[in-house]
Design a protein around this ligand. Structure first.
Ligand code: ARG
Length: 597
Protein backbone atom coordinates (compact mmCIF):
# COMPACT_ATOMS: atom_id res chain seq x y z
CA UNK A 1 0.00 0.00 0.00
CA UNK A 2 1.12 3.53 -0.75
CA UNK A 3 3.01 5.34 1.96
CA UNK A 4 1.21 8.27 3.53
CA UNK A 5 3.73 10.82 2.20
CA UNK A 6 3.29 9.39 -1.27
CA UNK A 7 -0.49 9.65 -1.06
CA UNK A 8 -0.16 13.25 0.00
CA UNK A 9 2.41 13.96 -2.67
CA UNK A 10 -0.10 12.62 -5.21
CA UNK A 11 -2.71 14.99 -3.86
CA UNK A 12 -0.31 17.94 -4.07
CA UNK A 13 0.76 16.93 -7.57
CA UNK A 14 -2.79 17.28 -8.74
CA UNK A 15 -3.04 20.66 -7.04
CA UNK A 16 0.23 21.94 -8.55
CA UNK A 17 -0.98 20.93 -12.01
CA UNK A 18 -4.40 22.41 -11.47
CA UNK A 19 -2.74 25.68 -10.51
CA UNK A 20 -0.61 25.55 -13.66
CA UNK A 21 2.72 24.38 -12.22
CA UNK A 22 4.80 21.32 -12.83
CA UNK A 23 4.06 18.46 -10.47
CA UNK A 24 7.77 17.77 -9.86
CA UNK A 25 7.60 20.44 -7.15
CA UNK A 26 4.87 18.71 -5.18
CA UNK A 27 6.96 16.53 -2.86
CA UNK A 28 5.48 16.29 0.63
CA UNK A 29 7.56 15.55 3.71
CA UNK A 30 6.90 15.18 7.39
CA UNK A 31 6.77 18.55 9.04
CA UNK A 32 9.90 19.76 10.73
CA UNK A 33 7.72 22.16 12.72
CA UNK A 34 5.23 19.78 14.33
CA UNK A 35 3.97 22.69 16.40
CA UNK A 36 2.63 24.29 13.21
CA UNK A 37 1.59 21.43 11.00
CA UNK A 38 1.82 17.70 10.42
CA UNK A 39 3.15 17.55 6.88
CA UNK A 40 4.64 20.13 4.60
CA UNK A 41 5.58 20.86 0.99
CA UNK A 42 8.43 23.24 0.22
CA UNK A 43 8.19 22.95 -3.56
CA UNK A 44 6.89 26.46 -4.13
CA UNK A 45 10.34 27.77 -3.27
CA UNK A 46 12.03 25.75 -6.02
CA UNK A 47 9.18 26.44 -8.44
CA UNK A 48 9.58 30.16 -7.82
CA UNK A 49 13.00 30.12 -9.49
CA UNK A 50 11.73 28.23 -12.54
CA UNK A 51 8.62 30.37 -12.98
CA UNK A 52 10.17 33.65 -11.86
CA UNK A 53 7.39 34.34 -9.43
CA UNK A 54 7.24 34.95 -5.70
CA UNK A 55 7.04 31.60 -3.91
CA UNK A 56 4.12 32.73 -1.80
CA UNK A 57 2.05 33.34 -4.96
CA UNK A 58 2.64 29.79 -6.10
CA UNK A 59 1.96 28.41 -2.61
CA UNK A 60 -1.29 30.38 -2.42
CA UNK A 61 -2.44 29.08 -5.79
CA UNK A 62 -1.69 25.48 -4.78
CA UNK A 63 -3.52 25.90 -1.49
CA UNK A 64 -6.52 27.20 -3.39
CA UNK A 65 -6.39 24.27 -5.78
CA UNK A 66 -6.46 21.92 -2.81
CA UNK A 67 -9.86 23.21 -1.81
CA UNK A 68 -12.24 20.34 -1.32
CA UNK A 69 -9.52 17.66 -0.91
CA UNK A 70 -10.73 14.99 1.45
CA UNK A 71 -7.24 14.33 2.84
CA UNK A 72 -6.64 17.65 4.46
CA UNK A 73 -8.38 19.51 7.18
CA UNK A 74 -6.34 22.64 6.84
CA UNK A 75 -3.64 23.84 4.47
CA UNK A 76 -1.91 27.13 4.68
CA UNK A 77 0.59 29.02 2.60
CA UNK A 78 3.12 30.58 4.94
CA UNK A 79 5.83 33.11 4.05
CA UNK A 80 8.12 32.82 2.22
CA UNK A 81 6.30 29.94 0.48
CA UNK A 82 5.81 26.93 2.71
CA UNK A 83 2.68 24.87 2.34
CA UNK A 84 1.69 23.59 5.77
CA UNK A 85 -0.70 20.70 5.97
CA UNK A 86 -2.94 19.39 8.71
CA UNK A 87 -4.61 16.13 7.80
CA UNK A 88 -8.25 15.25 8.09
CA UNK A 89 -8.58 12.81 11.01
CA UNK A 90 -11.18 10.77 9.16
CA UNK A 91 -8.80 10.34 6.26
CA UNK A 92 -6.08 9.15 8.65
CA UNK A 93 -8.53 6.74 10.31
CA UNK A 94 -9.24 5.21 6.92
CA UNK A 95 -5.57 4.96 6.20
CA UNK A 96 -5.05 3.07 9.47
CA UNK A 97 -7.95 0.81 8.72
CA UNK A 98 -6.35 -0.15 5.42
CA UNK A 99 -3.00 -0.60 7.13
CA UNK A 100 -4.42 -2.97 9.74
CA UNK A 101 -5.97 -5.12 7.02
CA UNK A 102 -2.76 -5.47 4.99
CA UNK A 103 0.06 -7.95 5.24
CA UNK A 104 3.18 -6.51 6.86
CA UNK A 105 1.07 -3.56 8.02
CA UNK A 106 1.06 -2.12 4.54
CA UNK A 107 4.79 -2.31 3.76
CA UNK A 108 4.98 -3.09 0.05
CA UNK A 109 7.14 -5.76 -1.51
CA UNK A 110 10.26 -4.29 -3.15
CA UNK A 111 10.24 -3.81 -6.92
CA UNK A 112 13.30 -6.00 -7.17
CA UNK A 113 14.10 -8.60 -4.56
CA UNK A 114 17.80 -8.28 -3.76
CA UNK A 115 20.15 -10.91 -2.45
CA UNK A 116 22.05 -9.39 0.43
CA UNK A 117 24.82 -11.01 2.45
CA UNK A 118 25.28 -9.59 5.92
CA UNK A 119 28.63 -10.35 7.47
CA UNK A 120 28.28 -9.87 11.22
CA UNK A 121 29.10 -11.45 14.54
CA UNK A 122 32.67 -12.19 13.49
CA UNK A 123 33.59 -14.08 16.66
CA UNK A 124 37.09 -15.44 16.89
CA UNK A 125 37.11 -19.16 17.54
CA UNK A 126 38.90 -20.35 20.67
CA UNK A 127 38.74 -16.89 22.18
CA UNK A 128 35.81 -16.07 24.41
CA UNK A 129 33.13 -13.74 23.07
CA UNK A 130 33.65 -10.35 24.57
CA UNK A 131 31.57 -7.20 24.57
CA UNK A 132 33.33 -5.95 21.45
CA UNK A 133 31.53 -8.65 19.52
CA UNK A 134 28.24 -7.69 21.10
CA UNK A 135 27.69 -4.66 18.93
CA UNK A 136 28.35 -6.49 15.68
CA UNK A 137 25.90 -9.23 16.61
CA UNK A 138 23.20 -6.88 17.85
CA UNK A 139 23.37 -4.37 15.01
CA UNK A 140 23.84 -7.00 12.32
CA UNK A 141 20.94 -9.12 13.52
CA UNK A 142 18.65 -6.11 13.42
CA UNK A 143 19.75 -5.08 9.94
CA UNK A 144 19.26 -8.64 8.73
CA UNK A 145 15.74 -8.76 10.15
CA UNK A 146 14.87 -5.36 8.68
CA UNK A 147 16.08 -6.42 5.23
CA UNK A 148 14.06 -9.62 5.41
CA UNK A 149 10.97 -7.76 6.54
CA UNK A 150 11.26 -5.32 3.67
CA UNK A 151 11.19 -8.38 1.42
CA UNK A 152 14.75 -9.06 0.37
CA UNK A 153 16.63 -12.31 0.41
CA UNK A 154 19.05 -11.73 3.24
CA UNK A 155 21.76 -14.18 4.24
CA UNK A 156 23.43 -13.66 7.58
CA UNK A 157 26.96 -15.06 7.83
CA UNK A 158 28.83 -15.17 11.14
CA UNK A 159 32.19 -15.16 9.33
CA UNK A 160 34.22 -16.65 12.16
CA UNK A 161 37.83 -15.76 12.76
CA UNK A 162 38.92 -19.39 12.59
CA UNK A 163 42.20 -19.36 10.73
CA UNK A 164 44.75 -17.35 12.58
CA UNK A 165 47.58 -17.51 15.03
CA UNK A 166 45.21 -18.34 17.89
CA UNK A 167 44.85 -21.81 16.39
CA UNK A 168 48.60 -22.29 16.36
CA UNK A 169 48.74 -21.20 19.99
CA UNK A 170 46.10 -23.70 21.09
CA UNK A 171 47.81 -26.50 19.17
CA UNK A 172 51.20 -25.67 20.70
CA UNK A 173 49.85 -25.48 24.23
CA UNK A 174 47.97 -28.75 23.80
CA UNK A 175 51.13 -30.41 22.55
CA UNK A 176 53.03 -29.14 25.58
CA UNK A 177 50.44 -30.55 27.95
CA UNK A 178 49.61 -33.80 26.20
CA UNK A 179 52.47 -34.66 23.84
CA UNK A 180 51.31 -38.29 23.77
CA UNK A 181 48.17 -37.45 21.76
CA UNK A 182 48.18 -38.97 18.24
CA UNK A 183 47.82 -35.52 16.60
CA UNK A 184 51.44 -34.88 17.48
CA UNK A 185 52.77 -38.21 16.28
CA UNK A 186 53.82 -37.70 12.67
CA UNK A 187 53.97 -41.43 12.04
CA UNK A 188 50.36 -41.93 13.14
CA UNK A 189 48.23 -43.06 10.22
CA UNK A 190 45.04 -44.25 11.94
CA UNK A 191 41.75 -42.48 12.57
CA UNK A 192 41.97 -39.63 15.08
CA UNK A 193 39.66 -39.82 18.10
CA UNK A 194 36.19 -38.40 17.62
CA UNK A 195 36.08 -37.00 21.09
CA UNK A 196 37.71 -33.66 21.66
CA UNK A 197 40.78 -33.63 23.92
CA UNK A 198 39.38 -30.56 25.71
CA UNK A 199 36.07 -29.14 26.87
CA UNK A 200 34.98 -25.59 26.17
CA UNK A 201 35.96 -24.61 29.71
CA UNK A 202 39.45 -26.03 29.16
CA UNK A 203 39.74 -24.40 25.77
CA UNK A 204 38.82 -21.07 27.28
CA UNK A 205 41.70 -21.48 29.70
CA UNK A 206 44.20 -22.85 27.13
CA UNK A 207 44.07 -19.89 24.75
CA UNK A 208 44.78 -17.05 27.19
CA UNK A 209 47.49 -19.09 28.92
CA UNK A 210 49.19 -19.81 25.61
CA UNK A 211 48.79 -16.26 24.41
CA UNK A 212 50.35 -14.82 27.56
CA UNK A 213 53.17 -17.36 27.55
CA UNK A 214 54.04 -16.65 23.91
CA UNK A 215 54.53 -13.02 24.77
CA UNK A 216 57.29 -13.91 27.22
CA UNK A 217 58.85 -16.84 25.46
CA UNK A 218 60.29 -16.36 21.98
CA UNK A 219 60.85 -20.03 21.35
CA UNK A 220 57.28 -20.90 22.24
CA UNK A 221 56.00 -18.12 20.06
CA UNK A 222 58.08 -19.36 17.13
CA UNK A 223 56.65 -22.81 17.65
CA UNK A 224 53.09 -21.46 17.68
CA UNK A 225 53.75 -19.54 14.48
CA UNK A 226 55.17 -22.65 12.90
CA UNK A 227 52.16 -24.68 14.03
CA UNK A 228 49.93 -22.05 12.41
CA UNK A 229 51.95 -22.37 9.23
CA UNK A 230 51.69 -26.17 9.26
CA UNK A 231 47.96 -26.04 9.90
CA UNK A 232 47.48 -23.62 7.04
CA UNK A 233 49.41 -25.98 4.81
CA UNK A 234 47.31 -28.99 5.55
CA UNK A 235 49.13 -30.80 8.41
CA UNK A 236 46.92 -33.80 9.09
CA UNK A 237 47.12 -33.97 12.89
CA UNK A 238 46.78 -30.21 13.34
CA UNK A 239 43.82 -30.13 11.03
CA UNK A 240 42.17 -32.69 13.30
CA UNK A 241 42.87 -30.56 16.37
CA UNK A 242 41.55 -27.54 14.48
CA UNK A 243 38.34 -29.48 13.79
CA UNK A 244 37.98 -30.21 17.52
CA UNK A 245 38.51 -26.54 18.35
CA UNK A 246 35.85 -25.66 15.80
CA UNK A 247 33.30 -28.19 17.04
CA UNK A 248 33.69 -27.25 20.67
CA UNK A 249 33.70 -23.51 20.02
CA UNK A 250 30.87 -23.38 17.54
CA UNK A 251 28.56 -25.30 19.87
CA UNK A 252 29.35 -22.78 22.58
CA UNK A 253 28.99 -19.80 20.25
CA UNK A 254 25.61 -21.03 19.09
CA UNK A 255 24.47 -21.11 22.68
CA UNK A 256 25.81 -17.63 23.38
CA UNK A 257 24.39 -16.06 20.25
CA UNK A 258 21.13 -17.90 20.93
CA UNK A 259 20.90 -16.16 24.30
CA UNK A 260 21.14 -12.90 22.39
CA UNK A 261 18.38 -13.92 19.96
CA UNK A 262 20.95 -13.85 17.21
CA UNK A 263 20.73 -16.51 14.53
CA UNK A 264 22.95 -16.96 11.53
CA UNK A 265 22.00 -18.55 8.25
CA UNK A 266 25.61 -19.45 7.59
CA UNK A 267 28.38 -20.51 9.94
CA UNK A 268 31.23 -19.89 7.57
CA UNK A 269 34.58 -18.49 8.47
CA UNK A 270 37.94 -17.37 7.23
CA UNK A 271 39.01 -20.98 6.75
CA UNK A 272 36.31 -21.51 4.12
CA UNK A 273 37.84 -18.84 1.93
CA UNK A 274 41.36 -20.32 1.91
CA UNK A 275 40.81 -22.68 -1.05
CA UNK A 276 39.96 -19.65 -3.20
CA UNK A 277 43.18 -17.81 -2.46
CA UNK A 278 45.66 -19.46 -4.88
CA UNK A 279 43.48 -18.94 -7.98
CA UNK A 280 42.60 -15.43 -6.92
CA UNK A 281 46.24 -14.52 -6.39
CA UNK A 282 47.13 -15.92 -9.81
CA UNK A 283 44.30 -13.95 -11.37
CA UNK A 284 45.33 -10.68 -9.71
CA UNK A 285 48.88 -11.24 -10.88
CA UNK A 286 48.07 -12.35 -14.42
CA UNK A 287 45.58 -9.60 -15.10
CA UNK A 288 48.09 -7.04 -13.90
CA UNK A 289 46.06 -5.81 -10.95
CA UNK A 290 48.74 -6.81 -8.46
CA UNK A 291 52.42 -6.08 -8.51
CA UNK A 292 55.50 -6.80 -6.39
CA UNK A 293 56.55 -4.18 -3.91
CA UNK A 294 59.57 -4.90 -1.67
CA UNK A 295 58.92 -8.59 -1.99
CA UNK A 296 55.22 -8.35 -1.15
CA UNK A 297 52.35 -8.66 -3.62
CA UNK A 298 50.12 -5.57 -3.49
CA UNK A 299 47.26 -3.88 -5.32
CA UNK A 300 47.26 -0.10 -5.52
CA UNK A 301 43.98 1.41 -4.42
CA UNK A 302 44.71 5.13 -4.39
CA UNK A 303 42.12 7.30 -6.05
CA UNK A 304 42.48 10.84 -7.31
CA UNK A 305 39.80 12.21 -5.06
CA UNK A 306 41.41 10.83 -1.88
CA UNK A 307 42.10 13.47 0.70
CA UNK A 308 44.43 11.22 2.67
CA UNK A 309 46.98 8.62 1.74
CA UNK A 310 45.35 5.22 1.15
CA UNK A 311 48.10 2.58 1.29
CA UNK A 312 48.08 -0.33 -1.17
CA UNK A 313 46.25 -3.51 -0.18
CA UNK A 314 48.75 -6.24 0.64
CA UNK A 315 47.72 -9.56 -0.88
CA UNK A 316 50.77 -11.64 0.07
CA UNK A 317 53.53 -10.76 2.50
CA UNK A 318 57.13 -11.24 1.40
CA UNK A 319 57.16 -14.68 3.09
CA UNK A 320 54.16 -15.66 0.96
CA UNK A 321 51.65 -15.55 3.82
CA UNK A 322 48.18 -14.19 3.13
CA UNK A 323 46.54 -11.54 5.29
CA UNK A 324 43.15 -10.44 6.60
CA UNK A 325 42.47 -8.54 3.37
CA UNK A 326 43.41 -11.55 1.24
CA UNK A 327 40.91 -13.66 3.13
CA UNK A 328 38.18 -11.04 2.80
CA UNK A 329 38.77 -10.80 -0.95
CA UNK A 330 38.72 -14.57 -1.30
CA UNK A 331 35.50 -14.63 0.71
CA UNK A 332 34.02 -12.25 -1.84
CA UNK A 333 35.07 -14.64 -4.61
CA UNK A 334 33.30 -17.41 -2.74
CA UNK A 335 30.18 -15.32 -2.10
CA UNK A 336 29.97 -14.30 -5.76
CA UNK A 337 30.13 -17.92 -6.76
CA UNK A 338 27.63 -19.17 -4.21
CA UNK A 339 25.09 -16.37 -3.97
CA UNK A 340 25.78 -13.79 -6.67
CA UNK A 341 24.73 -11.10 -4.18
CA UNK A 342 23.48 -7.60 -5.02
CA UNK A 343 24.97 -6.31 -1.79
CA UNK A 344 27.41 -7.39 0.89
CA UNK A 345 27.24 -5.51 4.16
CA UNK A 346 29.90 -5.84 6.86
CA UNK A 347 29.33 -4.88 10.46
CA UNK A 348 32.50 -4.38 12.48
CA UNK A 349 34.23 -1.93 14.74
CA UNK A 350 34.82 1.33 12.86
CA UNK A 351 38.56 0.96 13.39
CA UNK A 352 38.43 -1.50 10.48
CA UNK A 353 37.31 1.24 8.11
CA UNK A 354 40.58 1.46 6.17
CA UNK A 355 40.72 -2.30 5.80
CA UNK A 356 37.29 -2.42 4.18
CA UNK A 357 38.00 0.57 2.02
CA UNK A 358 41.03 -1.23 0.60
CA UNK A 359 39.20 -4.52 0.18
CA UNK A 360 36.23 -2.88 -1.54
CA UNK A 361 38.46 -0.96 -3.91
CA UNK A 362 40.41 -4.07 -4.90
CA UNK A 363 37.17 -6.02 -5.34
CA UNK A 364 35.74 -3.39 -7.69
CA UNK A 365 38.95 -2.61 -9.53
CA UNK A 366 39.83 -6.25 -10.13
CA UNK A 367 36.20 -7.12 -10.96
CA UNK A 368 35.97 -9.69 -8.18
CA UNK A 369 32.44 -8.35 -7.73
CA UNK A 370 30.11 -6.91 -10.33
CA UNK A 371 30.27 -3.23 -11.09
CA UNK A 372 26.96 -2.53 -9.40
CA UNK A 373 27.38 -4.81 -6.38
CA UNK A 374 26.94 -2.69 -3.32
CA UNK A 375 29.71 -3.17 -0.78
CA UNK A 376 29.06 -1.45 2.50
CA UNK A 377 30.82 -1.29 5.81
CA UNK A 378 28.91 -0.23 8.88
CA UNK A 379 31.56 0.71 11.39
CA UNK A 380 30.40 1.02 14.95
CA UNK A 381 31.87 2.91 17.87
CA UNK A 382 33.08 1.60 21.19
CA UNK A 383 30.96 0.60 24.11
CA UNK A 384 32.43 2.55 26.99
CA UNK A 385 32.08 2.34 30.74
CA UNK A 386 30.86 5.28 32.81
CA UNK A 387 34.46 6.49 32.98
CA UNK A 388 34.41 7.04 29.22
CA UNK A 389 36.95 4.28 28.59
CA UNK A 390 36.24 0.95 26.86
CA UNK A 391 34.01 -1.17 29.04
CA UNK A 392 35.89 -3.44 31.44
CA UNK A 393 35.17 -5.74 34.35
CA UNK A 394 35.50 -4.42 37.86
CA UNK A 395 39.05 -5.73 38.09
CA UNK A 396 39.96 -4.18 34.77
CA UNK A 397 39.81 -7.28 32.59
CA UNK A 398 37.92 -7.75 29.34
CA UNK A 399 34.25 -8.34 30.13
CA UNK A 400 32.94 -11.63 28.82
CA UNK A 401 29.63 -11.36 27.07
CA UNK A 402 28.11 -14.15 29.14
CA UNK A 403 28.92 -12.34 32.35
CA UNK A 404 27.55 -9.09 31.07
CA UNK A 405 24.26 -10.75 30.19
CA UNK A 406 24.13 -12.54 33.55
CA UNK A 407 24.71 -9.21 35.34
CA UNK A 408 21.87 -7.49 33.52
CA UNK A 409 19.50 -10.38 34.08
CA UNK A 410 20.26 -10.38 37.78
CA UNK A 411 19.61 -6.65 38.13
CA UNK A 412 16.45 -6.94 36.10
CA UNK A 413 15.29 -9.81 38.26
CA UNK A 414 15.80 -7.78 41.43
CA UNK A 415 13.82 -4.95 39.96
CA UNK A 416 10.96 -7.18 38.90
CA UNK A 417 10.55 -8.92 42.26
CA UNK A 418 10.79 -5.56 43.99
CA UNK A 419 7.92 -4.24 41.86
CA UNK A 420 5.37 -6.92 42.58
CA UNK A 421 4.73 -10.41 43.92
CA UNK A 422 5.65 -12.88 41.24
CA UNK A 423 6.70 -16.50 41.13
CA UNK A 424 10.40 -17.19 40.95
CA UNK A 425 10.31 -19.00 37.60
CA UNK A 426 8.23 -16.33 35.90
CA UNK A 427 10.38 -13.58 37.36
CA UNK A 428 13.53 -15.22 35.97
CA UNK A 429 11.94 -15.73 32.57
CA UNK A 430 10.68 -12.15 32.46
CA UNK A 431 14.04 -10.79 33.63
CA UNK A 432 15.71 -12.59 30.75
CA UNK A 433 13.41 -11.04 28.17
CA UNK A 434 13.46 -7.56 29.63
CA UNK A 435 17.19 -7.74 30.29
CA UNK A 436 17.85 -8.56 26.65
CA UNK A 437 15.65 -5.66 25.58
CA UNK A 438 17.59 -3.36 27.93
CA UNK A 439 20.89 -4.48 26.49
CA UNK A 440 19.90 -4.39 22.83
CA UNK A 441 17.88 -1.21 22.94
CA UNK A 442 20.67 0.48 24.92
CA UNK A 443 22.96 -0.32 22.02
CA UNK A 444 20.65 0.06 19.02
CA UNK A 445 19.15 3.36 20.08
CA UNK A 446 22.51 5.03 19.43
CA UNK A 447 23.68 5.82 15.97
CA UNK A 448 25.99 2.88 15.23
CA UNK A 449 29.10 4.93 14.44
CA UNK A 450 29.01 6.70 17.80
CA UNK A 451 30.61 5.46 21.00
CA UNK A 452 28.16 5.03 23.82
CA UNK A 453 28.24 4.60 27.54
CA UNK A 454 27.04 1.32 28.88
CA UNK A 455 24.98 2.50 31.81
CA UNK A 456 23.22 -0.51 33.23
CA UNK A 457 21.04 1.48 35.65
CA UNK A 458 19.76 3.70 32.89
CA UNK A 459 19.28 0.80 30.45
CA UNK A 460 17.13 -1.21 32.84
CA UNK A 461 14.95 1.74 33.87
CA UNK A 462 11.24 1.45 33.11
CA UNK A 463 11.18 5.15 32.29
CA UNK A 464 12.81 7.17 29.56
CA UNK A 465 14.23 6.06 26.25
CA UNK A 466 14.89 2.44 27.20
CA UNK A 467 13.96 -1.06 26.09
CA UNK A 468 12.08 -1.81 29.33
CA UNK A 469 9.97 1.35 28.85
CA UNK A 470 8.90 0.11 25.42
CA UNK A 471 8.06 -3.33 26.82
CA UNK A 472 6.23 -1.78 29.75
CA UNK A 473 4.08 0.15 27.31
CA UNK A 474 3.32 -3.01 25.39
CA UNK A 475 2.40 -4.89 28.54
CA UNK A 476 0.09 -2.01 29.45
CA UNK A 477 -1.69 -2.29 26.09
CA UNK A 478 -1.97 -6.04 26.48
CA UNK A 479 -3.59 -5.62 29.83
CA UNK A 480 -6.12 -3.06 28.53
CA UNK A 481 -7.03 -5.41 25.70
CA UNK A 482 -7.43 -8.32 28.10
CA UNK A 483 -9.66 -6.23 30.36
CA UNK A 484 -11.73 -5.03 27.43
CA UNK A 485 -12.28 -8.58 26.28
CA UNK A 486 -13.29 -9.62 29.78
CA UNK A 487 -15.71 -6.75 30.39
CA UNK A 488 -17.22 -6.46 26.95
CA UNK A 489 -17.17 -10.14 26.28
CA UNK A 490 -17.29 -11.74 22.92
CA UNK A 491 -19.91 -9.24 21.72
CA UNK A 492 -17.17 -6.71 21.18
CA UNK A 493 -14.51 -9.22 20.34
CA UNK A 494 -15.07 -8.60 16.66
CA UNK A 495 -13.72 -5.09 17.18
CA UNK A 496 -10.41 -6.71 17.97
CA UNK A 497 -10.72 -9.15 15.12
CA UNK A 498 -11.74 -6.46 12.64
CA UNK A 499 -10.08 -3.25 13.70
CA UNK A 500 -11.75 -0.04 12.62
CA UNK A 501 -14.84 -1.89 11.44
CA UNK A 502 -16.93 0.96 12.73
CA UNK A 503 -14.76 3.89 11.69
CA UNK A 504 -17.12 5.08 8.99
CA UNK A 505 -19.09 7.87 10.59
CA UNK A 506 -17.83 11.31 11.48
CA UNK A 507 -16.90 12.04 15.06
CA UNK A 508 -14.67 14.28 17.11
CA UNK A 509 -11.05 13.25 17.63
CA UNK A 510 -9.00 14.49 20.55
CA UNK A 511 -5.48 15.86 19.98
CA UNK A 512 -3.74 13.00 21.78
CA UNK A 513 -5.68 10.53 19.67
CA UNK A 514 -4.76 12.36 16.46
CA UNK A 515 -1.10 12.44 17.48
CA UNK A 516 -1.18 8.72 18.07
CA UNK A 517 -2.94 8.03 14.76
CA UNK A 518 -0.40 10.12 12.86
CA UNK A 519 2.49 8.34 14.51
CA UNK A 520 1.01 4.98 13.59
CA UNK A 521 0.41 6.14 10.02
CA UNK A 522 4.11 6.97 9.58
CA UNK A 523 5.23 3.38 10.05
CA UNK A 524 5.66 2.70 6.37
CA UNK A 525 7.78 5.81 5.80
CA UNK A 526 9.88 4.97 8.81
CA UNK A 527 10.60 1.44 7.60
CA UNK A 528 11.64 2.82 4.23
CA UNK A 529 14.19 5.18 5.75
CA UNK A 530 15.40 2.71 8.39
CA UNK A 531 16.13 0.21 5.64
CA UNK A 532 17.44 2.81 3.18
CA UNK A 533 19.95 4.12 5.69
CA UNK A 534 20.57 0.78 7.45
CA UNK A 535 19.84 2.66 10.65
CA UNK A 536 18.16 0.67 13.43
CA UNK A 537 18.50 3.68 15.73
CA UNK A 538 15.79 5.34 13.68
CA UNK A 539 13.48 2.42 14.41
CA UNK A 540 14.21 2.94 18.11
CA UNK A 541 13.38 6.63 17.76
CA UNK A 542 10.12 5.67 16.14
CA UNK A 543 8.99 3.20 18.77
CA UNK A 544 9.97 5.61 21.51
CA UNK A 545 7.77 8.23 19.90
CA UNK A 546 5.01 5.67 19.43
CA UNK A 547 5.19 4.59 23.07
CA UNK A 548 5.17 8.22 24.21
CA UNK A 549 2.19 9.21 22.08
CA UNK A 550 0.37 6.10 23.21
CA UNK A 551 1.02 6.89 26.86
CA UNK A 552 -0.20 10.47 26.46
CA UNK A 553 -3.33 9.17 24.82
CA UNK A 554 -3.76 6.61 27.57
CA UNK A 555 -3.36 9.18 30.34
CA UNK A 556 -5.71 11.62 28.63
CA UNK A 557 -8.57 9.20 27.96
CA UNK A 558 -10.40 6.69 30.07
CA UNK A 559 -10.59 3.87 27.58
CA UNK A 560 -12.37 1.35 29.78
CA UNK A 561 -15.05 3.69 31.10
CA UNK A 562 -15.81 5.43 27.80
CA UNK A 563 -19.60 5.64 27.37
CA UNK A 564 -19.63 5.98 23.59
CA UNK A 565 -19.22 2.33 22.68
CA UNK A 566 -18.40 2.98 19.07
CA UNK A 567 -15.63 5.37 19.99
CA UNK A 568 -14.39 2.92 22.57
CA UNK A 569 -14.29 0.20 19.94
CA UNK A 570 -12.24 2.40 17.63
CA UNK A 571 -9.84 3.17 20.43
CA UNK A 572 -9.45 -0.52 21.06
CA UNK A 573 -8.79 -1.04 17.37
CA UNK A 574 -6.25 1.77 17.42
CA UNK A 575 -4.30 0.45 20.38
CA UNK A 576 -4.45 -3.07 18.95
CA UNK A 577 -2.68 -1.67 15.92
CA UNK A 578 -0.18 0.19 18.12
CA UNK A 579 0.62 -3.09 19.85
CA UNK A 580 1.05 -4.87 16.52
CA UNK A 581 3.43 -2.17 15.38
CA UNK A 582 5.46 -2.31 18.55
CA UNK A 583 5.60 -6.09 18.33
CA UNK A 584 6.79 -5.90 14.74
CA UNK A 585 9.41 -3.28 15.53
CA UNK A 586 10.91 -5.02 18.54
CA UNK A 587 11.05 -8.21 16.52
CA UNK A 588 13.06 -6.25 13.96
CA UNK A 589 15.33 -5.00 16.71
CA UNK A 590 15.75 -8.56 17.93
CA UNK A 591 13.98 -8.80 21.27
CA UNK A 592 10.53 -9.69 22.57
CA UNK A 593 7.99 -8.67 25.17
CA UNK A 594 6.77 -10.70 28.16
CA UNK A 595 3.05 -11.01 28.95
CA UNK A 596 3.46 -9.17 32.23
CA UNK A 597 6.25 -7.39 34.00
N1 ARG B 1 36.90 -11.66 13.34
C1 ARG B 1 36.99 -10.25 13.09
C2 ARG B 1 37.27 -9.50 14.39
O1 ARG B 1 37.08 -10.02 15.47
C3 ARG B 1 35.74 -9.67 12.47
C4 ARG B 1 35.38 -10.23 11.12
C5 ARG B 1 34.56 -9.27 10.32
N2 ARG B 1 34.22 -9.75 9.02
C6 ARG B 1 35.03 -9.72 7.96
N3 ARG B 1 34.62 -10.23 6.83
N4 ARG B 1 36.23 -9.22 8.03
O2 ARG B 1 37.70 -8.36 14.31
Amino acid sequence: MKKLVDLLTGELEAAFEKAGYDKQYAKVTLSNRPDLCEYQCNGAMAAAKAYRKAPIMIANAVVEALEGSSCVEKVEAVAPGFINIILDAEFVAHFLKAMAAKDKLGVEEPEKVKTIVIDYGGANVAKPLHVGHLRSAVIGESIKRIGKYVGHKVIGDVHLGDWGYQMGLVITELKKRQPELPYFDDSFEGEYPEESPFTIAELEEIYPTASAYAKENEEYKAEALHATYLLQNGHRGYTAVWQHIMNVSVADLKKNYGNLNVEFDLWKGEADAQPYIPDMVAYLRNEGYAHEDQGALVVDVKEETDTKEIPPCIILKSDGASLYGTTDLATLVEREKEFNPDAVIYITDKRQELHFMQVFRVAKKAKIVKEDTQLAHIGFGTMNGKDGKPFKTRDGGVMRLEHLIADINEKMYEKIVENRAIEEAEARETAKKVGLAALKYGDLSNQAAKDYVFDIDRFISFEGNTGPYILYTMVRIKSILAKYKEVCGEVQADVIAHPFAGAEETREYGQAEIDLMLTVAKFNDVIASVYGELAPHKLCQYIYELANTFNSFYHGNKIMSEEDKKKQGEWIALITLVLQLLETCIELLGFEAPERM
